[in-house]
Design a protein around this ligand. Sequence first.
Ligand code: ATP
Ligand code: MG
Length: 351
Amino acid sequence: MSRSIRLAVIPGDGIGPEVVAQGLKVLGSVLPSDVKLETREYDLGARRWHATGETLTGVELDSLKQHDAILLGAVGDPSVPSGVLERGLLLKLRFAFDHYVNLRPAKLFPNTATPLAGRPDIDFVVIREGTEGPYVGNGGTMRTGTPHEVATEVSVNTALGVERVVRDAYERARSRPRRKLTLVHKNNVLVHAGHLWKNIFDRVGQEYPEVTTDYLHVDAATIFFVTDPGRFDVIVTDNLFGDILTDLAAAVTGGIGLAASGNINPDGTFPSMFEPVHGSAPDIAGTGKADPTATVLSVALLLRHLGFEAEAARVETAVAEDVTARDGSFRTTDQIGDALVSRVLAGSVTG
Ligand code: ATP
Ligand code: MG
């Protein structure tokens, strides 16, 4: 385990800087005193784009690469044309740093409101492929602007790309108590990509006899997310299906204020990036209403990724306690951050 962490911080826009400040506060409180935390801030996002017209320069990319991990708040604003920051910053980082595992835990904490009837036991993790599928930008338009315009958006799936994410999913499934892995795709219609995924899933599975496997079409999976979410443990899926399923997972586990994610390069060749699932929420920026919990849970994922398992668990326990103790009264972003720090510090004494 490294005894120093070089952390790149991208606070971003809207509530991004507000929630990142709380995440850093909790990170500082949980790290053992002999671990040196070096942070460097990067001014990226909508504000920067308006000021300079730049999204992410090659120099910045090289500089980000020198870190152990990246913590991102949120970038974006309605004033920036759709796609500029997504393609020019977020996807650029994902491809440059080969973040082929997008990890999104879905856990329903006690005392959290869920739109589901009853209180199902929800504790699963979605592993979304991050570098292939329909996100590669392979396509174009022909006869543009005519009534016969044609647009293509080709989904690219490579054996190497599918195998590495599937393997990562088996590894994660093996390390969890239930040891169950579900592949979600649509191989009855998307037969080319679907069969590649299914064949590789089955072949790699022979190396993991202790993991129980299951296959669901994506449309059936959306039904079970609502009617029987307890059946899931680890899910591995394609880039686009994963995007949609993880928003649904966030909705049924108490909403966007609690949903954390990691864009992970499991090989460790490049820094992995951790961020709340929510966006910059310009409507509540500056009001103190932003819940920093999703960012704090993303910090827990970051800690675990860097080998600080005990510290990650302490942060998650602090969050579980805080969420369970909520009584509906208003607390500011800062107050929630302080409460989490107190619980983390109390946890270090008792456990
Ligand atoms: P983006 O395009 O960046 O995903 P968005 O508008 O789709 O942005 P969010 O920025 O995630 O979505 O915000 C959606 C709504 O959820 C916001 O209007 C805000 O009221 C609420 N929201 C988002 N994040 C939080 C948070 N951390 N705490 C409280 N409310 C939040
Ligand atoms: Mg959104």
